[in-house]
Write a protein that binds this ligand. Structure first.
Ligand SMILES: Nc1ncnc2c1ncn2[C@@H]1O[C@H](COP(=O)(O)OP(=O)(O)OP(=O)(O)O)[C@@H](O)[C@H]1O
Ligand SMILES: Cc1ncsc1CCO
Length: 274
């Protein structure tokens, strides 16, 4: 797996793929900079009259339900349709699906009609999509849903839940949190990298979504998810926390732009559960 991950990291740097992102205005600038930091090229187009052309040019599509508007919702379905027909890999971040009926409906419709190869949400959002009780706090994971690496029983049980959802959705499901849980419906992986500070910067989940799209442009969905969660988690660990969250935010992007293969290999904490 590590070799596949290093190959994908290198392929992005050598190919500089174009990544079409339809995201929210809260995180749009960070998302564009994060795609650039990895060596790819972002394009943040969202007008319903042009997105079909933009998606057709791109090597991957990332869509995001955060701060959804009618125009963005319309564009997401146009782009998702183009991506599906042209076999351009696509990931959806189901931001807020656990706290808004509109977003839940959009998420389910997008998954049904556009068949994204990755469905990303925090654990509360993935539980909501799976039709399981959850404790979401708005767009954030609820305390009761949160799983850390020490509670192995809860982690295994949650891994199985994510696995059955992935199987049902015919996609890779990525539930982010203190431990990121990733499943393609048969394998289950835990990514244990990351620090609590990542949840104190807005839009790190949105960044994870566009990092995933970036790697989807050069590798399979499971590898792309493991690499994106590992990369963001490691960079979150390495970023300087001593000067407060404003500096941490920028330091995170610095780390994403300088992460070496040796650092990836040294710090990566992934574990296959099933
Ligand atoms: N307590 C934590 N410890 C370690 N890593 C964390 C923790 N909380 C979040 N992360 C990491 O932060 C990143 C974003 O995950 P999070 O679950 O906060 O996304 P999200 O809720 O979708 O974010 P947002 O909606 O703010 O964009 C992931 O890489 C995740 O591993
Ligand atoms: C704070 C916030 N509100 C809607 S989207 C967003 C960014 C994190 O998803």
């Amino acid at each position: 797996m590590l070799e596949k991950m290093k190959k994908a990291k290198e392929a992005v740097i050598s190919q500089a793929p174009l990544i079409h992102c339809i995201t929210n205005p809260i995180s749009i600038n960070d998302c564009a900079n994060v795609v650039l930091a990895l060596g790819a090229k972002p394009i943040m187009a969202e007008h319903p009259k042009e997105v079909h052309e933009i998606t057709a040019l791109a090597k991957a599509l990332a869509v995001n339900l955060g701060n959804i508007t009618d125009a963005r919702a319309e564009s997401i379905f146009i782009s998702g349709g183009v991506a599906k027909n042209a076999q351009i890999p696509c990931v959806i971040d189901v931001v807020g699906a656990a706290c808004s009926a509109l977003r839940m409906e959009l998420a389910q419709r997008f998954i049904r009609e556009c068949a994204p190869c990755v469905i990303k949400g925090n654990l509360s959002e993935i539980k909501a999509l799976a039709g399981v009780d959850n404790a979401a706090q708005g767009i954030d994971v609820g305390q009761k849903d949160s799983v850390n690496g020490k509670d192995t029983q809860k982690l295994q049980k949650t891994g199985q839940l994510v696995c059955s959802y992935a199987k049902k959705a015919h996609a890779v499901a990525m539930a982010s949190g203190a431990v990121d849980i990733i499943s393609d419906g048969s394998q289950v992986w835990f990514v244990k990298n990351g620090v609590a500070e990542l949840s104190k910067v807005t839009g790190t989940g949105c960044m994870l979504n566009v990092i995933t799209a970036t790697y989807l442009s050069v590798t399979d969905p499971l590898t792309a998810c493991l690499l994106s969660a590992g990369t963001l988690g490691i960079c979150g660990e390495l970023a300087d926390k001593s000067r407060g969250m404003g500096t941490y935010h920028i330091e995170l992007i610095n780390q994403l732009s300088t992460l070496s293969d040796a650092q990836l290999e040294q710090y990566l904490q992934i574990q296959r559960a099933l």
